[in-house]
Design a protein around this ligand. Structure first.
Ligand code: XLS
Ligand code: NI
Ligand code: NI
Length: 436
């Protein structure tokens, strides 16, 4: 039984190849800086977009049939497991990510839902045996069901908070059972539509309480992986609390969650927040919160989370530069939180989309190393701050300078001499390395 009859194992054929079902840049075992490309990139398949999304939009029904030839919801769920493992095997993807409600159907009661999830988790576990396939991270879907219309951890209803907590408990159990090293909080409904009905202080305190409970529970069960918050400024909620990296880091520090949490940065969420992808990664990195990546890209002409497969090599290069400077992934990886466009409705399109996305990041990784090896950009930046190495700059850095001593210095030295930022020159280096 195959769900993807039109292609076998996708191989690296190099840039000269015109075979659509081949990698042009992603050469999994190629050693870069002492490590195979696949271990730098740690590609993951998103269960929801890849196996579940029917590609409905607000104006039309789905265009992809996700019943996999079955009718019973549990049979469909099992077929998704089979299809997912066939897909990962053929693409050479070693990780996957899921929400509880992607892998199993919601039952009539919570007890039934719990049983459904446990059954499919056991099935996934059996499929993992004897393969290289691992769970990157798990999470709970606390945004689809109407009960979460006012939020989950930030709901005004304590019963909803309790329900969300119960779902998280089971999703953590599933993550641990499958050996996952990450657990994600993405607060799709954790925010507000209007301040007229919102007590922001209670909502934020409660969100932190929920996260603390999750940490306590998971650690008590031996989970030694990372928790992640995935920032996103809006959509579906008008204003989401996990706005961007800087906001989330402030939140985690305020509530003492900074030892257990890192960030899962998504490219399209960065651009929705008015930042570049690499800005969000940089903020995470310099603060010690670099965790995992949701790779995709938005559309500059559309204002929402289009979750397109990434094709922009310049952005991928800047992102991979941040990954390298962060020392690589530890528990994190590169999850394709990306979906095909609605008219790309065949299963072949899924593979072509992943090939394109994986090639984009493979090339990004190669180019990021080339930029570092080239050295001109790094040494420019190093040189740009050289005034802090000695004299008055060193006094500022080592904390001996005061407003008085700096005034005395300025009175004596007068108008400072400043140098050019050389942005256009640096951009031309980037272009030169990208296109050589
Ligand atoms: C939605 C988010 C979501 C998270 C996981 O915009 O990206 O898919 O990654 O809940
Ligand atoms: Ni995401
Ligand atoms: Ni998203």
């Amino acid at each position: 039984m195959t769900y993807f009859p039109n292609f076998g194992k996708i191989k690296y054929e190099g840039q000269g190849s015109k075979n659509p079902f081949a990698f042009k840049f992603y050469d999994a075992d190629r050693i870069i800086d002492g490590k195979p490309m696949k271990d730098h990139l740690k590609f993951a398949m998103s269960w929801w977009h890849t196996l579940c999304a029917v590609m409905a939009d607000p104006f039309g029904a789905g265009t992809i049939d996700r019943s996999y030839g079955k009718t019973d919801p549990m049979d469909i769920a099992r077929a998704k497991v089979d299809a997912g493992f066939e897909f990962m095997d053929k693409l050479g993807i070693e990780y996957f990510c899921f929400h509880d409600m992607d892998i199993a159907p919601e039952g009539k009661t919570f007890a039934e839902t719990k049983k459904n999830v446990q059954e499919i988790v056991a099935y996934i576990k059996s499929k993992m045996e004897g393969t290289n396939i691992k769970l990157l991270w798990g999470t709970a879907n606390l945004f689809n069901n109407p009960r979460y219309m006012h939020g989950a951890g930030t709901s005004c209803e304590a019963d909803v908070f309790a329900y969300a907590a119960s779902q998280i408990k089971n999703a953590i159990d599933a993550t641990i059972t499958l050996g996952g090293k990450g657990y994600v909080f993405w607060g799709g409904r954790e925010g507000y539509e209007t301040l007229l009905n919102t007590n922001m202080a209670i909502e934020l305190d409660n969100l932190a309480r929920l996260m603390k409970m999750a940490v306590n529970y998971a650690r008590s069960k031996g989970f030694d992986g990372d928790f992640y918050v995935e920032p996103k400024p809006k959509e579906p909620t008008k204003h989401q609390y996990d706005f961007d990296s800087a906001t989330v880091i402030g939140f985690l520090r305020k509530y003492g969650l900074d030892n257990d949490f890192k960030l899962n940065i998504e490219a399209n969420h960065a651009t929705l927040a008015g930042h570049t992808f690499e800005h969000e990664l940089r903020v995470a990195r310099i603060n010690g919160f670099f965790g995992s990546i949701d790779a995709n890209q938005g559309d500059e002409h559309l204002g929402w989370d289009t979750d397109q497969f990434p094709t922009d090599v310049r952005t991928a290069t800047c992102a991979m530069y941040e990954l390298i400077k962060a020392g690589g992934f530890t528990n994190g990886g590169l999850n394709f939180d990306a979906k095909v466009r609605r008219p790309s409705f065949t299963f072949d399109d899924l593979a072509l989309a992943y090939i394109s996305g994986m090639d984009t990041f493979a090339l990004g990784l190669i180019k990021a190393y080339e930029i570092i090896e080239d050295g001109r950009i790094d040494s420019f930046v190093l040189d740009r701050y050289k005034s802090y190495k000695s004299g008055i700059g060193a006094e500022i850095m080592n904390g001996t300078a005061t407003l008085e001593s700096l005034e005395e210095y300025t009175l004596k030295n007068g108008e400072p001499k400043v140098e050019s930022g050389r942005q256009e020159y640096l951009e031309s280096i980037l272009t030169q390395v990208l296109y050589r």
